[in-house]
Design a protein around this ligand. Structure first.
Ligand code: CA
Length: 225
């Protein structure tokens, strides 16, 4: 998943981004509302983590403007104020969830998983195909009952392909979702991840097809020809 972290405290931002990247997510970091607005208009994020206290604008205002223009990207708010009024205000503004600072990293990650699951459930997306099943809460994939040994990046790639099952995912989309601004994933690297994933999906009844000149397509092996 590609996440946007909007947080002006550079230390908090760096440690959160590091932890989320370690879990296999691509994370862009913005330190103010103006940059965040620009990023949000350019990129389709799976989730936004929004600190309320930003230097140029209240995070709540940013959230409101996002929802006003019908952008339903899931938003998890970080707030310093643990008051009932504040929590109600945030949910009314369109936050999907909130965390009161200071918080434990494990809780942030659990809430991210919960929001992502809800978003997937809302979109009606199926995260299984053939004998393959992806457990988003546990962050692992199974072929039948046997867990598949996938690296965090391979898991992300599989998630991306599964969520867009039967639709072509371009190399650029893969690069965008697996990488953030600080990194670069070459075409060759994408091909390598696809190659490894295919080998591991061998007995799953699912195939990753190359659509030459366009990208990749995940479908049931019986449908692939
Ligand atoms: Ca702040």
């Amino acid at each position: 998943m590609r996440l946007l972290l909007i947080e002006d405290d550079t230390q908090i931002a760096a440690s959160l981004a590091r932890a989320l990247r370690h879990a296999g997510d691509a994370v862009d970091v913005c330190g103010n509302a103006r940059d965040a607005e620009e990023a949000l208009r350019a990129i389709d994020y799976a989730l936004v983590i929004l600190d309320l206290g930003l230097p140029d604008q209240d995070g709540g205002t940013l959230l409101r403007s996002l929802r006003t223009r019908d952008d339903h990207t899931p938003v998890l708010v970080l707030t310093a104020r643990d008051e009932l009024d504040e929590r109600v205000r945030l949910l009314d503004l369109g936050a999907d969830d909130y965390l009161v600072k200071p918080f434990e990293l494990a809780e942030l990650q659990a809430r991210i998983r919960a929001i992502t699951r809800r978003a997937i459930a809302r979109s009606g997306g199926d995260i299984g195909a053939g004998r393959l099943r992806l457990d988003l809460a546990q962050r692992c994939a199974y072929c039948g009952d046997a867990p598949l040994d996938l690296s965090p990046r391979e898991l992300k790639l599989l998630e991306l392909l599964l969520l867009r099952r039967d639709r072509v995912v371009s190399k650029t989309q893969i690069q965008e979702q697996l990488c953030d601004w600080g990194q670069e994933l070459t075409d060759g690297a994408v091909e390598l991840y696809i190659h490894r994933l295919r080998r591991k999906l061998d007995a799953s009844g699912v195939e990753v097809r190359t659509v030459r000149g366009f990208g990749y397509l995940l479908q049931l092996a019986a449908e692939a020809s």
